[in-house]
Write a protein that binds this ligand. Structure first.
Ligand code: NAD
Ligand code: 0WE
Length: 262
């Protein structure tokens, strides 16, 4: 039980395929008490079913594009939990027109602004509001993607936003270290979630991934969840500001093994 006596707030569950849902499942198995935020009413129905299965009835609306909504959601959480032990930020967004086509042609000032605001700044914003409520030995976690450090066709301005999110992870770690709060990120391999379902040729990307990754397959949201549970547990007490890859080794391989091995 990695997370016995830990209270963790989880954002970003849109449905059962969400990476945040895999994380919630692992954390619940490891004994954590969970609360959830959801973006809007439309997502509440799915979340209610998932939260119930994980013994949680703390569901709070939080749209991270709005400072007041973030403030209100932590105020509401404080009615249930006076203190807690960390949160998972599993939120990313860019307008759909930014994620299809040639980077220099499709990227706009507005698209850039929204991608960075929702996908990176929101992590700082949530940390700011959570800080007074966090216990000693708390941990914050976010989800990033390889597109932050290598180009990926169509990922475009999201790659820039993820680079910002990873720097954000390091600066938050430096900022909150003296309060004994650790801040880490998981860089997950591609997983077929709602956010991925709108992406052109995503299935082709999944098979390319399996081909190049040393493990010869994609990863599941629960595999990401298991690492998330570890990083938020006291077993990871010496790790902060780190980007941990959960991608079957894809990022360390420049080429598939099988095509050149005799
Ligand atoms: P998902 O669609 O299940 O989750 C994305 C979540 O972001 C949704 O729950 C949505 O409600 C939330 N969100 C978007 N805008 C918001 C706002 N303004 N306020 C509050 N919430 C908002 O997809 P996912 O793949 O589970 O994505 C979760 C995280 O994992 C994202 O940061 C994504 O970039 C990252 N990630 C995904 C993959 C992948 O292949 N699926 C790989 C690596 C990293
Ligand atoms: O971070 C992500 C998903 C990011 C995402 C997806 C969408 C689709 C719907 C952000 N915003 C939106 N906005 C929408 O309107 N991933 C890591 C998954 C992903 O998305 C890609 C990928 C991969 C991998 C987009 C293009 C290329 C590869």
């Amino acid at each position: 039980m990695l997370l016995k006596n830990k209270r963790i707030l989880i954002s970003g569950v849109a449905n059962k395929y969400s990476i945040a849902a895999g994380i919630a499942k692992s954390m619940h198995r490891e004994g954590a008490e969970l609360a959830f935020t959801y973006q809007n009413e439309r997502l509440l129905k799915n979340l209610s079913v998932i939260a119930k299965e994980l013994d949680s009835d703390v569901l709070i609306q939080c749209d991270v594009s709005d400072d007041q909504s973030i403030k209100d959601s932590f105020a509401e959480l404080s009615k249930k939990w006076d203190k807690f032990d960390g949160f998972v930020h599993s939120i990313g967004y860019a307008p759909a027109d930014q994620l299809e086509g040639n980077f220099v042609d499709v990227t706009t000032r507005e698209g850039f602004k929204i991608a960075h605001d929702i996908s990176s700044y929101s992590f700082t914003a949530m940390a700011k509001e959570a800080k007074p409520m966090l216990n000693d030995n708390s941990a914050l976690l976010t989800l990033t993607y390889l597109g932050s450090v290598q180009t990926v066709p169509n990922y475009n301005v999201m790659g820039l936003a993820k680079a910002s999110l990873e720097a954000n992870t390091r600066f938050l770690a430096a900022s909150l270290g003296k309060n004994n709060i650790r801040v880490n990120a998981i860089s997950a391999g591609p997983i077929k979630t709602l956010a991925a379902s709108g992406v052109k040729n995503f299935r082709k990307m999944l098979s390319k991934h399996s081909n190049r990754a040393p493990l010869g397959r994609t990863v599941t949201a629960e595999e990401v969840g298991n690492v998330a549970a570890f990083l938020c547990s006291d077993y990871a007490s010496g790790i902060t500001g780190e980007i941990t890859y959960v991608d079957g080794g894809f990022n360390i391989a420049a080429m598939p093994v099988d095509e050149y091995e005799s």
